[in-house]
Design a protein around this ligand. Structure first.
Ligand code: SF4
Ligand code: SF4
Length: 200
């Protein structure tokens, strides 16, 4: 249910602290981004309304909206926006800002993001078999097993087209690391030290 609270400071806070938050100032509320978005039926508000809520100071609605974690960076909105607003950057910036404050607007996205990030940080690449397996198991081994059975046809097709490697389980055999993995780890460590909390 929508909260009645209006927080006048929220708008300035977004402009100042959210990555690319100032982009919202460019928006003329035409609604093209919302109509263009392939996830519009999954979203409650969509980007245009999220910007409106920010301008109105509706902190709770924005910070807890799963919409800000639903953006898949397809770039459809960015391409069509008449004002060139970096919609994707703002959506991801809002999601990161919520997470930094301990708010998880969409748990499944956060879980998948962690598995995805862990794989990159450990090996320097995305292992297309390990990531879905590990993600399935975040809901427990029984769920993981049922999910694997459900996805069996897709898995078989991916294997037959060499789009996926066969594995007995997550990390069996271990995902291959890139050659420069040490350098990458050093870079990530340095980036984390420069921007605490932004690695999530
Ligand atoms: S398409 Fe651009 S200008 Fe139009 S509502 Fe979306 S962000 Fe605003
Ligand atoms: S980039 Fe994100 S917000 Fe924009 S159209 Fe694609 S999914 Fe929707």
């Amino acid at each position: 249910m929508a909260s009645k609270a209006y927080d006048k400071s929220f708008r300035e806070e977004v402009y100042e602290k959210v990555d690319s938050g100032e982009e919202i100032k460019l928006c003329m509320q035409c609604g093209v981004c919302g109509i263009t978005c392939p996830l519009r039926d999954e979203m409650t508000y969509g980007p245009r309304q999220i910007w409106s809520l920010i301008r109105a100071g509706k902190r709770e609605e924005v910070m807890n909206s799963p919409d800000i974690m639903l953006c898949t960076s397809c770039y459809a909105c960015k391409v069509r926006c008449p004002r060139g607003v970096k919609v994707i950057d703002v959506m991801h910036g809002l999601a990161r800002y919520a997470l930094q404050q301990g708010i998880v607007p969409r748990k499944e996205t956060a879980k998948f993001g962690k598995v995805f990030w862990d794989c990159i940080a450990k090996t320097g690449r995305i292992d297309e078999t390990d990531v879905p397996m590990r993600y399935s198991l975040t809901a427990g081994p029984i769920h993981g097993l049922f999910n694997a059975l459900e996805m069996m046809d897709i898995g078989r097709a991916l294997l037959s087209h060499k789009r996926m490697k066969f594995k007995l389980g997550p990390g069996i055999p271990p995902a291959k690391k890139i050659k420069g993995i040490r350098g990458l780890k050093k870079m990530l460590k340095k980036a984390a030290a420069l921007s605490p909390g932004k690695e999530s």
